[in-house]
Design a protein around this ligand. Structure first.
Ligand code: NDP
Ligand SMILES: O=C1O[C@H](COP(=O)(O)O)[C@@H](O)[C@H](O)[C@H]1O
Length: 598
C-alpha cells in the first residue's frame, strides 16, 4: 500500500477544479492549497512544506522554518490532475525541496501512531475504533501505523481487540475480505493501561510506541476521548512524556470545550501551555458529516443558489436537530451541560456559520475559518426572550412506559437542565440583517433527524395567489438539506397538476443520496480522523471561533441558570414544547419540519 496513492484514492480529489484539493494553513502569502495533496506534509520533515500562491500551480515554493527555501519548477495543474485521475501520481516531493531541506524522502521512514485516550469508553467503542477500521479497510491509513488504546481499566491487548471487534462493521456496499481485514486491523491495535495524570505511565506508553515505530520518523496522534475534567492532565502527560521527538504530535480534543466563555478560555490557555494551536484539533463531528461538507459546494459551485443567499430572498433559516431517545446513560454528563451547550453552541452554530459566511478567499483552512469567525462575530448574543427551553417527562404509549429525564439516577430530581431548546439568532450584517436563524434541538422527541431548512420569501404579486388559498406559507419555496438520516437535498417548488384545469401542487426536486450514489456515506469520524492524520484543519475549530461561539451563548446560559428558569415539560416521544411555535410565530415563520408535506 502506498501512502499517497491510498490517500489520493480515499479522498477522490479528481475534480475539474484545483480548489477541490485539500487545503491547509497559509503564511507569507503562500498556501498549501492544491499542492498539499501531491506533496503532503507527512512526506516532508516537520519544518518543511511545499506551498503555492493561492490561485496558481505555478510559483510553488519550498518553505523551511517558515521562510522560502527554494522555488520549484512550475507545476502543470492539468497534467497533475490527469495523473491523479489515472492514479499515476508521483509521490516524490520536488527535488528543489529535497535539496533545500537536505533530506532524502523515503515513505518507509515515517509512521503514524494513534493513541485513543479513554479507549475503554463509549465514544471510543462506538465511533473511534470503527472509524479507524473503516479507514484501514479503505486503504486510507498510512502503510506504517499503530493504534494504541490507553485508559485506566486493566486490559490485555487481546481483551482490547475483543472489545473493539464487537463494534467493527463492514460497509454495506463492500464486504469483500472484510473478516480478514478486521483480523489484520486488530493485530495492529494494542493497549496500555495508565492513569491520565501520570507522566510515568505515559512514558511507558512512549516506550511501547517507540518499539512499534521501529526507528522510523514518528508522527503521533492522541485522541482525547475522556471526560473534559481530565483533558489538561492527559495533554500535559502526553506532551511531556509521549510526544514525538522527530515528527509531528497532534491532539484531537472532544467537546465540550468548556461550559462558558471563561471556562473555555481557561481550557484553551491550559492546553496551550503544552501545545501550539496548530497541534490542537478541536473536533465537532457535525463538520465531518457529508451534507455539512457539501454546504460550501452547494453554495459556491452552483450559480443558482448564491444570488438568493441573503435577506433579499430568504425569510428564515432553520437548523433542526432531534433525537428519539433520551440521555440514556449520559445523564451525569448531560446534566452539567444541557442541550444548548451539547448541540446548539457547537453543532448547529457551526452549520450556521458555514451556511451564512461570506465566500472565503480560498478553500484553505485559515481562509474558511476566518470567514466563519467573521460571521459569528457579526451575530447578536442570544437574548432570553428568544429562547424556549423544555425537559422531557415520562410518557406511556402503546403499553410502553418511557422515562422522564429526571428518572435517570445520575440526574438530580429537581434538575432544571433543558433537554430541548428553541432559539432565534440574528446576524447583524448586510447580508442577513433581520433574517431569523431559528434553532431547535431536543432529546426524546418523536424522530431522529438533523436538517437545515431555508424558507424563501413569498413571491411578490403572485399571479397564483388564488390557487393557494389563504395560506401563502404553504406556497413558498423551501430548500431542505437533510443531514441525517436519508441524506438528501430537496427543493420544494409549486407545480401545475397535469390536466386541463389549473390546479397547483407542491412538489420536491429531490436529490436523495441513496438513490443517486451507490457508495455508502462514510461516518463523520472517518473524515475527521483522516484529516487530523493529514494535518488538514479546515473541519476543526480554531480557538477564536470557539471564543466567538461562547460569547453568543454564555450570557443567556448564565441568565437561565441564575433565574432558575423552569423548562416547559414535554412528553417523551412528542414534538417538544409548544413554546417553540410561539417563538417562531413571533418572527412570523413556522417550523418547516411540522408542515403537512415534509
Ligand atoms: N459518547 C458520545 O456519544 C459522545 C462523547 N463525546 C465526548 O467524548 C468524550 C468521551 O466520551 P465517552 O466515551 O462517552 O466518555 P466515557 O464516560 O465513556 O469516558 C471515557 C473513559 O474515560 C474514563 N473515565 C470516565 N470517567 C472518568 C473520570 N471521572 N475520571 C477519570 N477517567 C474517567 C473511563 O476509562 P477508564 O476508567 O478505563 O480510565 C472511560 O471509559 C467526552 O468528552 C464526551 O463529552 C462527544 C460526543 C459524543
Ligand atoms: O455531540 C453529540 O452528538 C450526539 C449526536 O450525534 P449524531 O452524529 O448521532 O447525530 C448527541 O447524541 C450527543 O448528545 C452529543 O453530545
Amino acid at each position: 500500500m502506498s501512502t499517497l496513492s491510498s490517500s489520493t484514492h480515499c479522498r477522490s480529489y479528481c475534480s475539474s477544479s484545483s480548489s477541490a484539493f485539500p487545503t491547509s494553513s497559509s503564511n507569507h502569502g503562500y498556501s498549501r492549497i492544491s499542492v498539499s495533496s501531491i506533496f503532503p506534509k507527512r512526506f516532508l520533515p516537520r519544518n518543511v512544506s511545499v506551498q503555492s500562491n493561492r490561485k496558481s500551480w505555478s510559483n510553488v515554493v519550498c518553505m523551511q522554518d517558515g521562510v522560502v527555501a527554494a522555488t520549484v519548477a512550475p507545476i502543470e495543474k492539468e497534467s497533475r490532475l490527469k495523473k491523479m485521475k489515472n492514479g499515476l501520481l508521483s509521490v516524490a516531493p520536488p527535488e528543489e525541496c529535497k535539496d533545500a531541506a537536505g533530506f532524502d524522502n523515503n515513505n518507509d521512514k515515517s509512521t503514524v501512531s494513534i493513541t485513543v485516550v479513554g479507549a475503554s469508553g463509549d465514544l471510543a467503542k462506538k465511533k473511534i475504533f470503527p472509524a479507524l477500521f473503516a479507514l484501514y479497510y479503505e486503504d486510507c491509513l498510512p502503510e506504517h501505523f499503530t493504534i494504541f488504546g490507553y485508559a485506566r481499566s486493566k486490559m490485555t491487548d487481546a481483551e482490547l481487540r475483543n472489545m473493539v471487534s464487537r463494534t467493527l462493521t463492514c460497509r454495506i456496499d463492500k464486504r469483500e475480505n472484510c473478516g480478514e481485514k478486521m483480523d489484520q486491523f486488530l493485530q495492529r491495535c494494542f493497549y496500555h493501561s495508565g492513569q491520565y495524570d501520570s507522566q510515568d505511565d505515559f512514558a511507558e506508553l512512549d516506550k511501547k510506541l517507540k518499539e512499534h515505530e521501529g526507528g522510523r520518523v514518528s508522527n503521533r496522534l492522541f485522541y482525547l476521548s475522556i471526560p473534559p475534567n481530565i483533558f489538561v492532565d492527559a495533554v500535559r502527560c502526553a506532551s511531556l512524556s509521549a510526544s514525538s521527538a522527530d515528527g509531528w504530535t497532534r491532539v484531537i480534543v472532544e467537546k465540550p470545550f468548556g461550559r462558558d466563555s471563561e471556562s473555555s478560555a481557561a481550557l484553551t490557555k491550559s492546553l496551550k501551555q503544552y501545545l501550539e494551536e496548530d497541534q490542537i484539533f478541536r473536533i465537532d463531528h457535525y463538520l465531518g458529516k457529508e451534507l455539512v461538507e457539501n454546504l460550501s459546494v452547494l453554495r459556491f459551485s452552483n450559480l443558482i443558489f448564491e444570488p438568493l443567499w441573503s435577506r433579499q430572498y430568504i425569510r428564515s433559516v432553520q437548523l433542526i436537530f432531534s433525537e428519539d431517545f433520551g440521555t440514556e446513560g449520559r445523564g451525569g454528563y448531560f446534566d452539567n451541560y444541557g442541550i444548548i451547550r451539547d448541540i446548539m453552541q457547537n453543532h448547529l452554530l457551526q452549520i450556521l456559520a458555514l451556511f451564512a459566511m461570506e465566500t472565503p478567499v480560498s478553500l484553505d483552512a485559515e481562509d474558511i475559518r476566518n470567514e466563519k469567525v467573521k460571521v459569528l462575530r457579526s451575530m447578536r448574543p442570544l437574548q432570553l426572550e428568544d429562547v424556549v427551553i423544555g425537559q422531557y417527562k415520562s410518557h406511556t404509549k402503546g403499553g410502553v412506559s418511557y422515562p422522564a429525564y429526571t428518572d435517570d439516577k445520575t440526574v438530580p430530581q429537581d434538575s432544571l437542565t433543558p433537554t430541548f431548546a428553541a432559539a432565534a439568532l440574528f446576524i447583524d450584517n448586510a447580508r442577513w440583517d433581520g433574517v431569523p436563524f431559528l434553532m431547535k434541538a431536543g432529546k426524546a422527541l418523536h424522530n431522529k433527524s438533523a436538517e437545515i431548512r431555508v424558507q424563501f420569501r413569498h413571491v411578490p404579486g403572485n399571479l397564483y395567489n388564488r390557487s393557494f388559498g389563504a395560506d401563502l406559507d404553504q406556497a413558498t419555496n423551501e430548500l431542505v438539506i437533510r443531514v441525517q438520516p436519508d441524506e438528501a437535498i430537496y427543493l420544494k417548488i409549486n407545480n401545475k397538476v397535469p390536466g386541463l384545469g389549473m390546479r397547483l401542487d407542491r412538489s420536491n426536486l429531490n436529490l436523495l443520496y441513496a438513490a443517486r450514489y451507490s457508495k455508502e456515506i462514510p461516518d463523520a469520524y472517518e473524515r475527521l480522523l483522516l484529516d487530523a492524520i493529514e494535518g488538514e484543519r479546515r473541519l476543526f475549530i480554531r480557538s477564536d471561533e470557539l471564543d466567538a461561539a461562547w460569547s453568543l451563548f454564555t450570557p443567556v446560559l448564565k441568565e437561565l441558570e441564575e433565574k432558575k428558569i423552569i423548562p416547559e415539560y414535554y412528553p417523551y416521544g412528542s414534538r417538544g414544547p409548544v413554546g417553540a411555535h410561539y417563538l417562531a410565530a413571533r418572527y412570523k415563520v413556522r417550523w418547516g419540519d411540522l408542515g403537512i408535506k415534509q
